[in-house]
Write a protein that binds this ligand. Structure first.
Ligand SMILES: C[S@@+](CC[C@H](N)C(=O)[O-])C[C@H]1O[C@@H](n2cnc3c(N)ncnc32)[C@H](O)[C@@H]1O
Length: 271
């Protein structure tokens, strides 16, 4: 067997700061219709003030970044949109890549010393930024090119019914309680996924429940829902972890751990 080539090393030039702490919070690609301001803080120990000169005149930049929350890669992945068909990872934008590098073309709002404000993006908080390049429409945009399997997905989605989302009183109360007491809110992202296609799917984390109905995993939470033709009703929210895990000192670092424990005081686990 041939030796693998020597590793190449890179250092982040900075990090993205955003309110999105969970992968579930980040969109699959930046969506322009969302009013959102995120911050990139560049390292102070390098000569990046000079490197940023002249960037202010560009309204869009490429971010080249590292999927730092991904422990592994897979040759075939299940894209979150479209039918449950695995695709070669190089034919997707999946985070599970051999070199976990992401690219996003984002609006540049302003540059102020070593801080850049950018528009909607699909990166989570703390993502290491490897490089920044100006977006040049003359070289970077080819809207007429073919998009392989993705074109099929889009045409199936266009022809499919749109699902409407309704909140049962219990789920609405739980959602509002989480928002106001713990600033936890996953409803936009969840409604986007369910509105497009609520059928069971591994990477959308939707499954059928043995006891009836369906559930969707939303970061550290789960929502239980029913489906009646094109009507989705969110019935209830539950923590994704059982209480015995949440209070187990051998399992530190569970996301939203305190919020989940508090939630269970109001809505205890069912047997
Ligand atoms: C489908 S990828 C697309 C990324 C990029 N626009 C691209 O095309 O290379 C976007 C998803 O990556 C995940 N993600 C964002 N930041 C990440 C990080 N730092 N580590 C691992 N996964 C991340 C989020 O779940 C987000 O929805």
């Amino acid at each position: 067997m041939e030796d693998p080539p020597p590793a190449l090393s890179v250092q982040p030039i900075g990090w993205l700061r955003t309110g999105k702490t969970l992968k579930f919070h980040a969109l699959h690609q930046p969506r322009e219709s969302i009013a959102e301001i995120n911050r990139i803080e560049l390292r102070k120990d390098s000569r990046f003030e000079g490197a940023l000169r002249d960037l202010n005149g560009f309204s869009r930049i490429w971010l080249v970044w590292w999927f730092h929350r991904n422990p592994n890669w897979r040759p075939m992945v299940l894209p979150p949109r479209g039918p449950a068909v695995r695709r070669g990872v190089f034919a997707t934008r999946s985070p599970h890549r051999p070199n976990p590098i992401g690219i996003s073309a984002v609006q540049l709002i302003d540059v102020s010393r070593l801080t850049l404000h950018v528009g909607p993006c699909d990166l989570v908080d703390g993502t290491p930024i490897l490089d920044i390049k100006p977006y040049l429409p003359a070289y970077d945009a080819f809207p007429a090119e073919k998009s392989g399997w993705w074109e099929e997905v889009e045409s199936v989605e266009r022809a499919s019914p749109q699902f409407t989302i309704h909140w049962a009183p219990l789920a609405r109360k739980q959602r509002d309680w989480l928002r106001s007491n713990w600033n936890v809110d996953f409803s936009d992202r969840m409604c986007e996924l369910l509105g497009r296609d609520p059928s069971p799917h591994r990477s959308r984390r939707i499954k059928k429940r043995r006891s009836g109905g369906f559930e969707i995993g939303c970061g550290a939470w789960r929502a239980i829902f029913s489906l009646d033709l094109t009507r989705v009703t969110i019935l209830e929210i539950t923590p994704a972890y059982p209480l015995r895990f949440l209070i187990d000192p051998e399992r530190p670092g569970i996301t939203d751990c305190d919020a989940q424990i508090d939630f269970l005081k109001h809505w205890p686990e069912k047997d």
